[in-house]
Design a binder for this molecule. Structure first.
Ligand SMILES: [Zn+2]
Length: 375
């Protein structure tokens, strides 16, 4: 395919490995009074054949991304990550640290300041340059990486945190594809990008966050006293086993997407045809593409409840499904509540005992796809 050029290496050969059709921005919830139609943009993932970077195709329209809340999981992870990295001596007392954060929150600077590191805010040089899911938000990948490496003083370290493409494919996380998320790194592709900027990976730490997250430490290649350690070699070997450079393997994301979208669609239609009332819970941005792909609407799903006052009175982007106060759940006495944030199951069961008391049940949206594929 010659229509795209890679954001990292400018290579022109590659494959579309995931296509979610036309999607709205997933973080702007229009007021119910605005019936739409919402602006839609193609949402696709392209895998470069030259360097292996999975990415939003260059030239795709990219709406502004809003700053989101800082999820509790990210806060807990930051503490764990800082402890583990500090244990290796890479975060010495008195070191200067520059952080490139994610628009979704999760800064480590407070934790690092507690350890005696000094944050650098003016774009100046630092001993430690830390990027937590920030780089993926840059449309111009080489420029963004060049800016980061330029701030690393001689002998300093660059720390990059990312969710490896291997995790995304293994866990079927097609829904991580978002407007504004330009790059989806395999360790292999990221290592090539670093080498192109005179850096090389030295070591890495793995975390359970999001099914598998990696924090990679890189230094200037010229300062190499040794090559990558065993953790890096293990990540590269895992990439090779998972086939993250092979478009046929990454296309598994599309298979996961079809299974989940069809599973949800078929379930909603079946519940509706039986006359059962289904409501949703959790107007999360990740529900946006799923609801569109499942061809959901307010007939099949009359409302999604959400605790955020800012979202109540709005509707889901790209569909006509309104967002309501959670108190509506008790009023409507649904037969089922479709939970779009399965990690909240324990919390919502405790918060809304009236659902199950009235004979209703909580349904994990992620489980519907697996049911569909096993049928
Ligand atoms: Zn490339």
């Amino acid at each position: 395919m010659g229509e795209f050029a890679c954001r990292a290496c400018r290579g022109k050969t590659g494959h579309l490995v995931l296509d979610l059709g036309e999607q709205p921005t997933c973080d702007y919830f229009p007021p119910c009074a605005d019936p739409g139609p919402d602006r839609l943009y193609p949402l696709q993932m392209w895998l470069c054949s030259s360097c292996g970077l999975a990415q939003l195709p260059a030239g795709a329209t990219a709406p502004e991304e809003r700053r989101g809340d800082e999820p509790a999981a990210l806060v807990a992870h930051a503490g764990d990550a800082v402890r583990r990295v500090a244990a290796t001596g890479l975060l010495p007392d008195g070191a200067r640290v520059a952080e490139y954060g994610s628009p979704h929150g999760g800064s480590w600077l407070g934790l690092l300041a507690d350890r005696g590191l000094t944050p650098v805010h003016d774009g100046g040089p630092a001993d430690v340059v830390l990027d937590c899911f920030g780089l993926m938000h840059a449309a111009d990948q080489p420029a963004a990486l060049a800016e980061r490496v330029a701030r690393v003083i001689p002998g300093g370290v660059l720390l990059l945190q990312y969710q490896p493409l291997e995790t995304i494919v293994r866990c079927g996380q097609w829904n991580t594809l978002r407007h504004g998320h330009y790059a989806y790194y395999s360790t292999t592709a990221l290592a090539l990008m670093l080498v192109a900027h005179g850096f090389s990976p030295r070591t890495a730490w793995r975390f359970e966050l999001y099914g598998g997250t990696v924090l990679l430490a890189a230094r200037r290649a010229a300062e190499a006293s040794a090559g990558p350690d065993g953790t890096i070699r293990a990540l590269l070997a895992q990439d090779a086993r998972a086939g993250v450079l092979d478009p046929a393997m990454v296309l598994g994301l599309q298979v996961s997407e079809r299974a989940q979208a069809k599973g949800l669609h078929d379930w909603l239609v079946a519940e509706h045809s039986e006359g059962r009332i289904v409501l949703g819970y959790g107007a999360a941005s990740r529900a946006v593409a799923l609801l569109r792909r499942a061809e959901a609407n307010r007939t099949l799903l009359p409302a999604v409840a959400d605790a955020s006052a800012a979202k109540q009175g709005s509707r889901m982007p790209g569909t006509n499904i309104p967002i309501v106060h959670p108190a509506e759940l008790a009023v409507c006495q649904p037969d089922a509540v479709l939970l779009f944030q399965p990690e909240l199951l324990t919390e919502v069961r405790g918060a809304f005992p009236e659902i199950e008391a009235a004979g209703g049940r909580w349904v994990n949206v992620d489980a519907l796809g697996y049911c569909a594929t096993s049928r």
